[in-house]
Design a protein around this ligand. Structure first.
Ligand code: F0G
Length: 468
């Protein structure tokens, strides 16, 4: 017995459903669903520091998990049904080198490095929660559409737990090999749909509505419960102080939605006294949220949002045959499923949305990597976004900023190598079509003959400098 239920996001509908129901949206009005709790019946610790003490109990799998360590804040599952593989061992890294480059004071810029998760991206925070719910309801088959990371994550949970089969839908030719290789290795049945991510997601939703297959995309509200804990670990890394800004890439908008919900709940529970501002960064080739918010003034409006603006925007995309297009393949999404929840998060967190070009993304990614944290291009959008918000004066030199690096560098090594290479053909194939013409942070490999003298020449070593 848990004190949780599913609730329709649309205030005009307000339908609620049992936590044991398998739903991909509100059956009454098709809106998104939220997980809500009867907090007055739940024994939530009085102080956040209680969660930190659980580190010392790490032989207990729930205390070891960086998600379930916070279980009283996502209490939808009986503890004996939780599916965990030790996810969420991620850290908040202070990075003054990056902060300095943007004229920020010391101890102000932080990177929440989610690439350290078992499948190499933040998705594991959500997938442990979705897998737990799938287990609770006895699902035998799970599915997702993916630009790569969701499929890698789902596949690892299905593979390690052995509780269910899984099938993943990916857009053909749109997935980086580092991610595809994981789904294949972990044994997921992999369908390459002739289309892009938006197509793959539409098809998998149809299949899951019509067949007993459990959907694990972020339209699944249980996934977002797990992703709330990324913010708990940010707070923990700051000794439970609230930063001024959280900066996150926006694709399907699950993360930003989860973050907004997390902060609203924490404030309501009296565990924090203020909420940080949220900056959601789109790629300019996949900027639906940024356009709707900044050009069409779309707001949450207490759930009474103007659906005609969304419909008109999607219609105009269709009329112009506009498909998402960015080198940050993880966020190459034009029809973000969590759009409405993201608007709610913006309202909760006094948030802003910005878009950055592929040139800015790949340069920012290389800059972050050069400061010691390899991440994939989508994560690079965060630093590019901070740069823009600093230039606008919105983020101050003294503000404390946490950028969420959502995925590991080795997810997309092809793009990294293309950035650093001097091979013009490779650059022309990988970078130029997306408008990336400069690579100011390139660290190109040097080709030398297989001889000591050639190596010494390449290293500028005088003959006499070799110690005897
Ligand atoms: N960063 C990475 C590394 C991702 O893989 C994704 C989403 C995002 C950011 C966007 O996050 O949807 O919460 O706004 N990747 C999905 C996938 C779409 O299929 O792996 P969001």
């Amino acid at each position: 017995m848990t004190h949780a239920h599913q609730a329709c996001l649309n205030p005009r509908c307000g339908a609620t459903y049992d936590v044991a129901e398998i739903l991909t949206g509100c059956p009454a009005c098709r809106s998104l669903l939220d997980i809500r709790y009867d907090w007055d019946k739940i024994a939530v610790p009085k102080s956040l520091s209680v969660f930190e003490k659980r580190w010392s109990n790490r032989l207990q799998p729930l205390d070891f998990s960086g998600v379930w360590r916070f279980r009283e804040l996502l209490p939808f599952a009986p503890p004996d049904q939780i599916v965990t593989i030790g996810e969420g061992q991620t850290i908040l890294q202070r990075n003054d080198r990056l902060g300095n480059q943007l004229g920020m004071k010391a101890n102000r810029l932080f990177l929440q490095y989610e690439g350290l998760n078992p499948s190499g991206s933040f998705k594991d925070n959500g997938m442990t929660a979705a897998s737990t719910h799938a287990h609770m309801v006895g699902a035998k088959m799970t599915a997702c559409a993916s630009t790569g990371n969701t499929s890698a994550s789902l596949a690892i949970y299905a593979g390690v737990s052995g509780l269910f089969q899984c099938v993943v839908f990916v857009g053909s030719g749109k997935i980086a090999y580092g991610k595809l290789s994981q789904a294949l290795d972990y044994g997921a049945r992999t369908l390459q749909i002739r289309g892009d991510f938006d197509d793959a997601l539409a098809r998998v939703r149809e299949i899951c509505e019509q067949h007993p297959i459990y959907l694990c995309n972020s339209v699944n509200p249980f996934r977002l419960e797990g992703q709330k804990t990324i913010m708990l670990r940010v707070l923990e890394g700051l000794n439970w102080e609230v930063p001024d800004w959280i900066v996150v890439p926006g694709g399907n908008l699950g993360n930003c939605s989860a973050f907004g919900k997390a902060f609203e709940e924490l404030r309501m529970l009296g565990l924090i006294d203020r909420i940080p501002r949220l900056a959601i960064i789109n790629a300019s080739g996949a900027h639906t949220l940024e356009q709707l918010v900044n050009q069409h003034d779309l707001t949450w409006n207490d759930g009474e949002l103007d659906q005609t603006k969304i419909a008109a925007y999607f219609q105009s995309m269709d009329d112009h045959k506009e498909r998402a297009n960015t080198l940050a393949s993880a966020i190459e999404i034009n029809r973000p499923v969590n759009l409405e929840k993201a608007l709610r998060a913006i309202s909760i967190c006094d948030g802003v949305v910005r878009s950055v070009s592929d040139q800015e993304i790949v340069d920012a990614r290389a800059t972050i990597a050069a400061s010691g944290f390899g991440c994939e291009p989508a994560s690079g959008a965060t630093f590019a976004g901070v740069r823009q918000l600093r230039a606008e004066g919105l983020i101050g030199a003294d503000d404390r900023v946490a950028c969420v690096l959502t995925g590991h560098q080795l997810k997309d090594p092809d793009l990294t190598v293309a950035y650093h290479t001097t091979d013009e053909a490779l650059r022309a194939k990988k970078l130029t079509p997306n408008g990336v013409t400069e690579t100011p942070h390139a660290n190109s490999p040097v080709v030398v003959d297989n001889s000591i003298s050639a190596i010494m020449e390449a290293l500028n070593l005088p003959a006499a400098s070799v110690p005897k």
